[in-house]
Design a protein around this ligand. Structure first.
Ligand SMILES: [Zn+2]
Length: 135
């Protein structure tokens, strides 16, 4: 079961969000919320997984940073929305899996195939925390 641990206001380039931290006994997940979203219909939502390369190191090898910016921008325009950020680096396999798989990805394999090639699951993510936060 997921529990809410902390909450704060967060000013961003795309307006003011509420950052709500959850913990399910194993990992922390974050909901970034703008506007009144409780008991509403057709609320814009995005589920976003961590990406150290893009979010910390500004890598241009993936679209994670742009996807987050676009989501925040759309929510700002609508005045309402939710982004759920899941701590699932490397599709839940960790950063080592990502780094170890790069040579296979460069050789033409998909990211999922490249993870399997180096002994990890093709996609080890769990979306249970997101489902619990939404509910
Ligand atoms: Zn990325």
């Amino acid at each position: 079961m997921i529990v809410q641990l902390a909450k704060r206001d967060l000013k961003t380039k795309f307006g003011n969000f509420r950052e709500i931290l959850y913990y399910d006994g194993q990992t922390e997940s974050i909901a970034l919320v703008m506007g009144n979203v409780e008991a509403q219909e057709n609320v814009f939502c995005r589920i976003h997984s961590s990406c150290i390369s893009a979010h910390v190191f500004n890598s241009i090898k993936c679209e994670c940073r742009e996807e987050m910016e676009t989501s925040q921008s759309l929510i700002e325009q609508k005045g309402q929305g939710i982004i759920i950020y899941l701590d699932q680096e490397g599709k839940g396999n960790g950063h080592l899996a990502l780094m170890a798989s790069i040579k296979h990805k460069k050789a033409g394999l998909s990211q999922n195939e490249a993870y399997k090639k180096v002994g990890f699951e093709s996609d080890a993510r769990s979306f249970r925390p997101a489902a619990e936060i939404f509910s």
